[in-house]
Design a protein. Sequence first.
Length: 191
Amino acid sequence: MNSRNSILSSIGFFTIGLTLWLTALKPAGFTNTDFDMVFGGLILAVGIILLVLSILSLQGGEHPFDGLVFFAFSLIALIFSLPNYSHEAGSMMNAPALVGWFYLVWAFFWFFLWFGALKSHPFMHMFFLLLAWLSTLAIAIFEYTGARGFLTVGGYLQLLWALAALYLSAGSALHALCGKSCLPMGAKKAS
């Protein structure tokens, strides 16, 4: 991975990690404050930033995994920023069945991406995707059943997902600065 791609990966995974961490605080039970109005603009900005990073990552062509993850996360962020700017979308997104369906679709997406990464990607990428689909699935189950325990589990898994994203960010940043891998990511398997 060249220095440009390492920097793009570092920025992208840091953006994902920070967003996941902040949005997981309420489901995990660390705060009862409703941050919807505060995070509305942040989520929109994250969506735009990750969309640009996904295009730049895919242009390099060296590591399409990052570009695909950034693009997927940008779509999620842009969709979740809608309720804060549109009353029509807000009324639709507040329906538990629709939100549950939305999370379930993304859980399947993350699962298939994780399954595809099993063959050729380093451990940390697989761990990142494992946490992605498990946390998304737990929140989907909460939306369908209303069982608060699934929301808490999903929130804690999302916090771990955020830490995995921040670890990938740090690994990419150190790779760009040092010119070699300084943090263990796991061996990349031959495809």
